[in-house]
Write a protein that binds this ligand. Structure first.
Ligand code: NAD
Length: 261
């Protein structure tokens, strides 16, 4: 399967290029990143592939599936281009909001010939931790989500934190009211996400991607913590999605299905 990586020069994109290159069933044919255009893509088994500036380069290279790790601003135009040119798509970029996801489902309709997998988190431990939080939700009365990321992350809260809050809210609506009546420092209680669940975002140099779901009830608390200590943690999930996407017409949100969850 011929793969194009969008955002190929970024922190995630460069790892994805390496993971695709290392997989015997995948072939990296295009690495699109306007910021790196014309440089040779480093660290590949083929020393000749150069970054492309423009999307048509991936069509010219014969890519049948694209994977996007760019920015919330770029991903929607990229998705439009991929759908219009008959390419399956895997999206890891976060922060595009509900409107972005709605557009993906219009571009990749059920019953159509093309597949799109979008996941806020490709790390298998993170996917499991969302599932565990969902299972725990009905047994607790209070919950807060804390996500912690590196200081280069531009969107907040993380897509994973939002998705986690959505899933917790769908699993239980029985949450105790927030007792806070005065906030000396504005925002001290974090943002209020889906289902009224408080979400806190930490940005710290040295971190990669981490999340804690804190659940509390009478006399006990449960903390579900996941740490991506290296971006390699996302690669097995990305490769799994790249191999599965052509067989999943329409939009698939999350990789739970691919993991049999
Ligand atoms: P980054 O800033 O290091 O990389 C983004 C790259 O995209 C840059 O090199 C930039 O030049 C390039 N880019 C911008 N516009 C482009 C365009 N139109 N076409 C092609 N390339 C373009 O960011 P990052 O840390 O690699 O993260 C990228 C995205 O992936 C973020 O949204 C982040 O939240 C998300 N992310 C998702 C997961 C997941 O598992 N889903 C994991 C980590 C990060």
């Amino acid at each position: 399967m011929k793969v194009a990586v969008l955002g190929a020069g970024g922190r995630m994109g460069s790892m994805v290029c390496g993971a695709v290159d290392a997989d015997r069933d995948l072939e990296l044919v295009a690495a699109v990143d306007p910021a790196r255009a014309a440089d040779v893509v480093p660290g590949l088994s083929q020393a000749t592939l150069r970054y492309s500036r423009d999307l048509p380069d991936m069509v010219a290279a014969g890519a049948t599936v694209a994977v996007d790790f760019t920015t919330p601003e770029a991903v929607r135009a990229n998705a439009r281009y991929c759908a219009a040119h008959g390419m399956h798509l895997v999206v890891g970029t976060t922060g595009m909001g509900e409107a972005g996801e709605a557009e993906l489902s219009r571009l990749y309709p059920k019953g159509g010939p093309l597949g799109c997998v979008v996941a806020a988190n490709f790390a298998i431990g993170a996917v499991l931790s969302m599932r565990f939080a969902e299972m725990a939700a009905p047994w607790f009365e209070t919950v807060e989500v804390i996500e912690l990321h590196h200081d280069g992350k531009v969107d907040a809260p993380s897509g994973t934190a939002l998705r986690t809050a959505e899933r917790i809210a769908a699993a239980s609506a029985e949450w105790a009211p927030d007792p806070t009546t005065s906030e000396t420092v504005r925002g001290a209680r974090g943002g209020v996400g889906p289902g009224g669940i408080h979400v806190h975002s930490v940005r710290l140099r040295g971190l990669v991607a981490h999340q804690e779901v804190l659940l509390g009830t009478v006399g006990e608390t449960l903390t579900i913590r996941h740490d991506s200590i290296d971006r390699s943690s996302f690669m097995p999930g990305v490769v799994l999605a790249l191999k599965a996407v052509a067989g999943l017409p329409g939009l698939t949100v999350g990789i739970d299905l691919l993991l049999g969850l």
